[in-house]
Design a protein around this ligand. Structure first.
Ligand code: URA
Length: 207
């Protein structure tokens, strides 16, 4: 998150105002996909903010991020780390509409142009929620917020920015495709990362 990009952010007076503006978007690069605007769920006063990739089919139907299989796994992981997904976390994405499918697939990953377009709105949500900790799930969220990728080497490492602590973690969809729990497996590394997140969260709150 470079300050230069942050200064380009639109400025809203409240989260509700920002959400209303995003819900009303008519010229975003995914408008022609015809999919719904899906922005966030969880507690807007939470001190942990989690950024995902893009809504998928379930999210597009229900209007909330991370409510399909990846979201169910995400909730389980957070709960196992004694982090309450509804109270301790505000959950959003890097882009706010499901991208259309390609080659017969249901949907594809957001591209660079889409990630860049929505970035100022993601930053604005961060500013207005004002979290202590930001979790970036997978490469798209790293590209959106940190403006770099390479989740395998970025995961598990803290970056401090403007008084906030950012940590890249694996995307839960990646864990759904990699079920091993062996030491060093994505699932076991995710567990280490979530324990560290909880430790930091408690430390920052003086618990
Ligand atoms: N994957 C994401 O990154 N976000 C969602 O909202 C759902 C699945």
């Amino acid at each position: 998150m470079k300050p230069s990009s942050l200064s380009n952010s639109p400025r809203y007076n409240s989260l509700d105002e920002a959400l209303a503006a995003i819900y009303g978007m008519k010229d975003d690069p995914l408008v022609n996909a015809g999919t719904n605007v899906v922005i966030s769920r969880g507690n807007p006063r939470a001190k942990i903010l989690l950024v995902g990739e893009a809504p998928g089919p379930q999210e597009n139907i229900k209007g909330k991020p991370f409510v399909g299989p990846a979201g169910q796994l995400l909730d389980k992981i957070l709960q196992a780390g004694e982090i309450d997904p509804e109270n301790d976390v505000y959950i959003t994405n890097s882009v706010f509409r499901m991208p259309p499918g390609e080659n017969g697939a249901n949907f594809r990953k957001p591209n660079d142009k889409e990630i860049e377009y929505y970035r100022p709105f993601v930053f604005e949500i961060i500013r207005l929620v004002d979290p202590l900790v930001i979790l970036l799930t997978g490469n798209v969220a790293c590209q959106s917020v940190l403006q770099k990728t390479g989740i395998t080497s970025l995961r598990g490492k803290w970056t401090e920015l403007d008084g906030r602590w950012l940590m890249p973690i694996f995307h839960p969809s990646y864990l759904l495709r990699n079920q091993s729990r062996e030491p060093g497996s994505p699932k076991s590394l995710m567990w280490e990362d979530i324990r560290e997140v909880k430790r930091k969260y408690d430390e920052l709150r003086g618990k």
